[in-house]
Design a protein around this ligand. Structure first.
Ligand code: NAD
Ligand code: TYD
Length: 331
């Protein structure tokens, strides 16, 4: 296929592009604003085979340039970190809301298939059981609220204009190239450096962990086999309390338990996420990677790829870390 993939210089989008080029021979144009979370190095493995347009999804001229020749748009571009959305929410409305709208208009003008990459956080928190695609939308954070608004806009373009739009909602991803503001890479890099591991609240919040390649393949499945106007959940095979995640990382890195430090809880912190993926499994998708195996692979990757994370930990991430955690990183 000829794809426009937005936000593919980030964590999940770059994995998706690698999979599509390697396993499907797709022709890909990437549109990315290269924010703090986006890096050209993330596309190194496929650099020679793709077209890269540097620009923002909320800029119609950049979108028009990037959409030339595309058959479908897959949108990963977003502001993605809940804590940043609490501290500085406005950028989230612009990228996640307005940016999605500009992409939808471009898809409508050209009659393109459109896949929106979304999140389980649109459903809010669930004490027991799992969310289905029919569950009510109850986002808690500015991040998840702007993602919810975007999902609704995407579906409105199907109902109003008959545009073939689809939504794929993933659970918490982990794997190589994830920016270290998120739980798993943050804890891995702090453990390797001997920095404290900041656990929010009581550490008993539960997340449904999905290996990034499994999500990439799930989105590919929705792109190829999904029915227009439909939503598909894509959840990981294992749930885990944060403290258990941190305990496993301590074991895998050989770091000491005394590094764990309980810190002030995140405001509005969702207790548990859990997704039922039965609908997507009905299209033939399955999560292949269990948490134990994926986490061990991820720790190995960070251990072996200091060239990737050293510039991040010595750059603007340091300032973010100091602002957010009120202490500096050792190195
Ligand atoms: P990321 O933060 O690693 O990457 C985001 C990318 O979007 C970066 O390359 C950034 O430069 C780009 N970007 C940001 N603003 C932009 C703009 N205005 N115009 C163009 N590009 C812009 O994010 P990620 O973790 O790879 O997440 C990708 C998508 O998947 C997001 O839509 C997110 O909501 C969704 N999602 C993430 C997770 C997760 O666990 N990380 C889970 C489910 C869904
Ligand atoms: P995160 O990776 O930010 O993903 P999300 O909030 O979108 O699910 O956080 C995952 C879990 O880890 C969440 O319960 C918050 C918790 N957490 C910490 O305990 N300490 C931290 O420093 C971070 C970043 C997250």
């Amino acid at each position: 296929m000829r794809l426009l993939v937005c936000g593919a210089a980030g964590f999940i989008g770059s994995t998706f592009v690698e999979l599509r080029v390697r396993e499907h021979g797709d022709q890909v144009t990437v549109l990315d604003a290269l924010t703090y979370a986006g890096r050209r190095e993330n596309l190194r493995a496929v650099e020679a085979g793709i077209r890269f347009v540097h620009g923002a999804i909320e800029d119609p001229a950049a979108v028009a340039e990037a959409a030339e020749g595309a058959e479908a748009i897959v949108n990963f571009a977003a502001e993605t970190h809940v804590d940043r959305s609490i501290a500085d929410p406005f950028a989230f409305s612009v990228t996640n809301g307005q940016g999605t709208h500009v992409l939808l208009e471009a898809a409508r003008e050209r009659g393109l298939r459109y896949v929106q990459v979304s999140t389980d956080e649109v459903y809010g928190s669930i004490e027991s059981g799992s969310f289905t695609e029919e569950s009510p939308l109850r986002p808690s954070s500015p991040y998840s609220a702007t993602k919810t608004g975007a999902d609704l806009l995407v579906l409105s373009y199907f109902h109003t204009y008959g545009l073939p739009t689809l939504v794929c909602r993933g659970s918490n991803n982990y794997g190589p190239r994830q920016y270290p503001e998120k739980l798993i890479p943050l804890m891995i890099l702090n453990a390797l450096a001997g920095d404290p591991l900041p656990v929010y609240g009581d550490g008993r919040n539960v997340r449904n962990w999905l290996y990034v390649e499994d999500f990439g393949r799930g989105i590919g499945h929705v792109l190829e086999h999904g029915a227009p106007g439909e939503v598909y959940n894509c959840g990981g095979p294992d749930e885990c309390e944060n403290l258990e995640v941190v305990g496993r990382i301590l074991k895998l890195t050989g770091a000491d338990e005394s590094l764990i430090e309980y810190v002030t809880d995140r405001p509005g912190h969702d207790r548990r996420y859990s997704l039922s993926s039965a609908k997507l499994e009905g299209l033939g998708w399955r999560a292949r990677t269990r948490f134990e195996e994926g986490l061990s692979r991820t720790v190995d990757w960070y251990r072996e790829n200091a060239w990737w994370w050293e510039p991040i930990r010595s750059g603007s991430y340091r300032e973010y870390y100091e602002r957010h955690y009120g202490r500096s990183l050792k190195r």
